[in-house]
Design a protein around this ligand. Structure first.
Ligand code: NAP
Length: 289
């Protein structure tokens, strides 16, 4: 068997067609495009590259994006004040904070300073709580991307045995919650999981979000499983996922490539949430990604 390569582009293109139309309609109704502020603190080169690619995607979609750069020496009080100022700015619909943050800045203190309606990364306490309660507003984009890719894979998520490796609040945990809400039977694995391979081998849907290239080998995957790889690690050989792709492709039914799988869908989900934030603020529309 050679796994179907589950590309992100077709899923992302459907989302982009919808959100671009909505961004144009928003511009026509309000005389300005939806607007995203991207806050970068310090000069992490990967964050700079990611911000530029996000800004390109925003331009294509008809979304204004502002790169708000603060120096690495910024203290938490100043960072929070900047975020609150953007939060109160009527011309800013959405705010996201790039990571990694310089030492001494607590991510939760910064994300909780974003008004929840503008928190398009879905990481504030309020948006995390709403997701946990099954009434999501903005959600972490990668987690939503994973669910959309699971649906696009042809698997019936409801009733499927899903195993999520990784439990961060950015990817693993929200993905597990969303799969649970889609009626999958979900197991969540982490560093203290006693026998990772025994857990992953039971999965009909295997979601991996760890950041360790090659962690998932072919003997850890059930024949015919759908495997979604959210891992992205920059190596000397380029960007690598968490799955040993050539070997796992011989066993799985479908596998997301890295790059080209989860990443493009994540970006499209994020932009969709920017447009939804603009609509909700301006019109109380409450539409979401
Ligand atoms: P993270 O905060 O470092 O979390 C990693 C998770 O993996 C933790 O829950 C950790 O367990 C678990 N883990 C680590 N080693 C393990 C092992 N040997 N066995 C089982 N579980 C293990 O990372 P993250 O922010 O979730 O990101 C995960 C990956 O996704 C990274 O490669 C990141 O670059 C990527 N990512 C991709 C996108 C995208 O758009 N494609 C977006 C965001 C992140 P503990 O909780 O026990 O420590």
């Amino acid at each position: 068997m050679t796994a179907l390569s589950l590309l992100g582009k077709p899923v992302a293109d459907r989302l982009l067609a919808d959100l671009t139309g909505r961004a144009q309609a928003f511009l026509a109704r309000h005389g300005r495009p939806p607007a995203l502020a991207v806050i970068r603190i310090g000069d992490d080169p990967d964050a700079a590259v990611y911000t530029r690619s996000l800004q390109r995607a925003c331009r294509h979609a008809g979304i204004r994006s502002d790169d708000v750069q603060l120096s690495a020496a910024t203290d938490e009080r100043t960072a929070v004040a900047t975020i609150r100022r953007l939060g109160a700015d009527a011309a800013v619909d959405a705010i996201m904070i790039q990571t990694p943050l310089p030492q001494g800045l607590r991510r939760a203190a910064l994300t909780d300073a974003i008004p929840p309606v503008k928190d398009v990364d879905g990481l504030s306490g309020e948006n995390t709580g709403l997701l946990a309660q099954g009434r999501p507003r903005h959600v972490p984009a990668t987690a939503r991307a994973l669910v959309l890719l699971a649906e696009a894979s042809g698997i019936t998520v409801a009733g499927a045995r899903a195993v999520v490796v990784g439990r961060s609040d950015v990817v693993g945990l929200p993905a597990a919650l969303m799969l649970l809400q889609a009626n999958a039977t979900v197991t969540v694995c982490h560093r203290a999981t006693a026998d990772l391979a025994a857990e992953t081998r039971r999965a009909e849907l295997l979601v991996v979000a760890v950041g360790r290239p090659g962690l998932i080998t072919a003997d850890m995957v059930a024949p015919g499983a759908v495997v979604l790889d959210a891992g992205t690690t920059v190596t000397a050989d380029g960007l690598r996922g968490d799955v040993d792709a050539p070997a796992v492709a011989a066993v799985a039914a479908a596998l997301t490539p890295v790059p080209g799988g989860v990443g493009p869908v994540t970006t499209a989900v994020l932009l969709q949430q920017v447009v939804a934030a603009a609509e909700e603020r301006a019109e109380g529309a409450g539409r979401d990604g």
